[in-house]
Design a protein around this ligand. Sequence first.
Ligand SMILES: Nc1nc2c(c(=O)[nH]1)N[C@H]1C(S)=C(S)[C@@H](COP(=O)(O)OP(=O)(O)OC[C@H]3O[C@@H](n4cnc5c(=O)[nH]c(N)nc54)[C@H](O)[C@@H]3O)O[C@H]1N2
Ligand SMILES: Nc1nc2c(c(=O)[nH]1)N[C@H]1C(S)=C(S)[C@@H](COP(=O)(O)OP(=O)(O)OC[C@H]3O[C@@H](n4cnc5c(=O)[nH]c(N)nc54)[C@H](O)[C@@H]3O)O[C@H]1N2
Ligand SMILES: [Mo]
Length: 680
Amino acid sequence: MTKVIRTNCPRDCYDGCGIVVEQPSAPGKPMRVLGDPDHPVSRGRLCTKCAVAYNGVWQDETMRLQQPMRRTGAKGAGEFEPISWETALTEIAAQMQQTIKRRGARSILHTHYSGTLSMLAYMFPNRFFTHLGASEVDPDSICNAAGHTAWHLLFGNSGMGFDPRTAKDSSCILVWGANPSHTAPHAHEHWLTESPAAVVVVDPLRTKTALAADLHLQPRPGTDAALAFALLHALRELDAFDSVFIERYLEGAQEVSEDIGRCTPEWGEQQTGVPAADIRRAAVLYSAGPALLWCGQGLQRQPTGGNVMRAVGLLPAFTGNVGKPGAGFYYLNDTPAFAGMNLGKLAGAKLPRHAAAGEAPASVGHMALAERLAAPDEFEVFVAWNTNPVASAADQNALRAALMRDDLFTVVIDCFETDTVRYADIVLPAASFLEFSDLTYSYFHLLLGAQSKVREPMGSALPNQEIFRRLARAMNFDEPALFERDAQLIQELLDAGANGMTLAELQQRGSIYISDEPVQLWQALEFATPSGRIEVASQAAVKLGLPRTPQPWVDAPSGPGSLRLLTPASSWRMNDSYGNDPHLQAQAGPATVTLHPEDAAAIGVSAGDRVRLENSTGALELIALVDELAPVGVAVSYKGRWPGAEPSGANVNALHTPRVADMAGSTAVHGVEVRVLPCD
Ligand SMILES: Nc1nc2c(c(=O)[nH]1)N[C@H]1C(S)=C(S)[C@@H](COP(=O)(O)OP(=O)(O)OC[C@H]3O[C@@H](n4cnc5c(=O)[nH]c(N)nc54)[C@H](O)[C@@H]3O)O[C@H]1N2
Ligand SMILES: Nc1nc2c(c(=O)[nH]1)N[C@H]1C(S)=C(S)[C@@H](COP(=O)(O)OP(=O)(O)OC[C@H]3O[C@@H](n4cnc5c(=O)[nH]c(N)nc54)[C@H](O)[C@@H]3O)O[C@H]1N2
Ligand SMILES: [Mo]
């Protein structure tokens, strides 16, 4: 009989699917990675991209990095020679020690994100860098930092939403700037369709989720704050404000009253392009009973994305859709924390810096990364792990130029030879999630899961956590927390969050909910803001140089000849992961940009023509598609392609202007403007 092992998908995705792995039926045969029929979210199926990649490139020995390597050619050329782990770690440690002597550990910069979210591999390496005293690229500033700051100001927490299981009690689910049809395919397929609630989607794009909804509001990008105020106006007209809740739990509610009064749905239509009648319909659906609000991460990648999140968050606040069955708001769920697991401790947040570290480390926002890295006198060592910035970060050309610096010693840790790896002086091979045991979680569903080792690592690849234990040893560090073993760390987490279950027991079950019954988050109605209330008006915001209350702002429409470029998630890619899988490359086809028929006609372009996108940051040639996916004035090209795999040698982030959003130095990637021209 084929041996079957349960594990879970650790990708940065809302779904967090359960997996079963069938061991090879005969020697030399591949194993099969399939959906776990008993998993409540994936129900026996994986999404196409993971099903293909996990049975494709992730098991392909010719594609995986198998051993440490040292650069032999020019930076960026991808010419390397194999070296031993010992040599690699000794050379890295020697470079770090020299840098520390010369200018302090602050001159070592590391960047990391969510290549894997399995708890140890995701968190443990931070212990090394904290103790080292290295500078860090603020991870969330490439993804969702503006939204976190906004909801901290408003609610005192951005990592506590609703339990998706409570949707059974909802009459409306408002999905605002999220596209589960791509980014949470199982939630799109099952959760949204099976809930009794009416679904309202707010997205400039006709996504599959929008097309399946009861109502789709299609605003111009960057106009959502105005739309939120117009909705508040319509809700107040309907007498849907909860005056008892407002009185008791809102701080400064009266300070937005006048704004709500002047932001009529008719005004909203002018500002956003959404018909006033649809704004009123949405208000009727949202006010019918308990309602859920899901704010996506794409929503806040705007020049005033923080303000957008604060404004949209007023809807549950004014209608009292907080802390009762079927009601709530969601940005992300910190599921491990709800269970009592302390990932901050796992990441060594409070570890002391070692004695020789020198000056306090710097935090560098992603939007400043290319510029700061280019300066010769700030950083001497750059370590990228669990992330592929040459594909995913802003200002691609400038970042590449910075990585060419001869006096920058670069270390990259990945499972594959990414574009970023090609700039490394030393490359270290990471083991994949199939090759070591760990714990997983979903940031939507309140599920914890086991990651199971189903095979030996390819070549001499190692899990992130083991790489940093060994590097700590090469550095002669003696802080015991840097050397704690996986088994002990996992058991500590399970003791805190799963009643002392063992890893083996969790592996048998696959995954567990943090409680059998749906959890009513926010039931205590305690808000960790300075006033202890939902801060409609916020002095903390003023201290950050922001308005006291959310504003009904809209971004100015694009100038003549200019289009807004949206580059959201593709269904064929997991960020840029899988950009090297040949089957997924074939499925996704060549890189395209979708233009509205009116915009295409204005520049004389037809479907299939080559067009050039350009702005002050860069240029990119793509194949035009012509479709009413987006409103007039908005172009769409999905993220997730490897620059090196493109004929142009670049992807959409060559156009990603490193402009910061209004909060947290976060990306405003959906605010990028481009000119589009036909190529001859
Ligand atoms: N234009 C545009 N750009 C964007 C976005 C956008 O919407 N538009 N979205 C942004 C967002 S939301 C995000 S989160 C970022 C994501 O950007 P990145 O963090 O760069 O994500 P990936 O490109 O998937 O790179 C993750 C890398 O981790 C590697 N990896 C996987 N498992 C492991 C492991 O166990 N160990 C190690 N060391 N490596 C591993 C993978 O092979 C992969 O190369 O991109 C951002 N970039
Ligand atoms: N298949 C797949 N799944 C993924 C990822 C992936 O790359 N591929 N990435 C993962 C990661 S790291 C993240 S952060 C999440 C992100 O997942 P989501 O939260 O769904 O975010 P995005 O896909 O970036 O954008 C969602 C929607 O926001 C819309 N949007 C853009 N600008 C505006 C605006 O101004 N107003 C409104 N209302 N909407 C706007 C876009 O059109 C898009 O449809 O997905 C995760 N899941
Ligand atoms: Mo993200």
